[in-house]
Ligand binder design. Structure first.
Ligand code: ZN
Length: 276
């Protein structure tokens, strides 16, 4: 994908799969959207990983997958190979930006107690840092079940990079051409990134949504939202901007980390994949 001078590549670490309605508290009606389920098995696949953004002398990774030692039902471990496949080594990465600090986004922050990206500055919304890295953080059952907390907990995984963290909060410029957009709800400091280069714009949605119908239909309640009302309000706000501008966007878990676009079709929102 290109946004002006920015080149953006997916970095796929792996996936999780679940029955289509399992991730939603309200009954999620997938009719008309079955094409976004796996066509062979009918499961709802969430790709795990991140994105590589290159422009000027910046080499930026947005989110770092679930890590090299997955616990079922997470399957992951491909992130490092995906990075090398782009021609970039971990030492060349200048910045790591987190959409939020759930364990399926911070897996390759460190490895064997050392920063995985040896020369990078790591960046996250301060509210997520305060929440997930606090000694009071109590992992919910879904995080415990899908991890080894002794290595995957945010306080453990991020300890080796704590002294190189820089914080932003809400709507703010994070780096030239990259702004965080307030999207708290999924987690206290959940962020969407708006990318701008040479007059073109795109967005990385992080965990604003976990499936395409969640973006275009009314208020699907994803089970892991910490503040569901705020999270669903953020979806409504941001999808309006996406549809009004037809800005291309990627999400943290859409299958294959493909980019798409929103538009209005009559009174309904329509999602289209951007051709490769
Ligand atoms: Zn996630």
């Amino acid at each position: 994908m290109r946004i002006g001078q920015m080149r953006i590549d997916p970095l796929i670490d792996g996936e999780t799969v679940s029955p289509p309605t399992a991730c939603y508290v309200n009954p999620a009606d997938w009719s008309g959207y079955e094409n976004y389920l796996d066509t062979t098995t009918g499961v709802h696949m969430n790709t795990l990983g991140g994105y590589l953004i290159r422009y000027d002398d910046r080499v930026i990774v947005v989110d770092t997958g679930a890590g090299p030692k997955p616990v079922y039902p997470v399957s992951s471990g491909g992130f490092r190979s995906a990075l090398y496949a782009t021609g970039v080594t971990p030492a060349e990465v200048t910045d790591v930006i987190y959409s939020h600090l759930h364990l399926d986004h911070i897996g390759w922050a460190s490895i064997n107690g050392k920063p995985f990206f040896a020369n990078a500055t790591y960046r996250v919304d301060k509210r997520d840092w305060d929440y997930f890295v606090s000694p009071d953080y109590d992992m919910p059952d879904w995080e415990k079940a899908a991890s080894d907390p002794s290595i995957d907990a945010a306080a453990v995984r991020l300890a080796p990079v704590a002294d190189r963290m820089e914080f932003f909060e809400g709507d703010q410029e994070v780096l030239p051409g990259i702004e965080s957009v307030e999207a708290s709800g999924h987690t206290p400091g959940s962020s969407v990134l708006r990318l701008t280069s040479d007059g073109e714009q795109g967005m990385l949605l992080g965990d604003l949504v976990h499936s395409q119908p969640e973006l275009v239909k009314e208020r699907w309640h994803f089970f892991a939202h910490l503040d569901p009302v705020a999270a669903m309000d953020a979806v409504e706000r941001i999808r309006k901007e996406l549809a009004d501008t037809k800005m291309p966007f990627g999400a943290a878990h859409f299958p294959g980390l493909r980019w798409g676009q929103l538009s209005m079709k009559g009174s309904e929102l329509r999602y289209d994949l951007i051709p490769l």
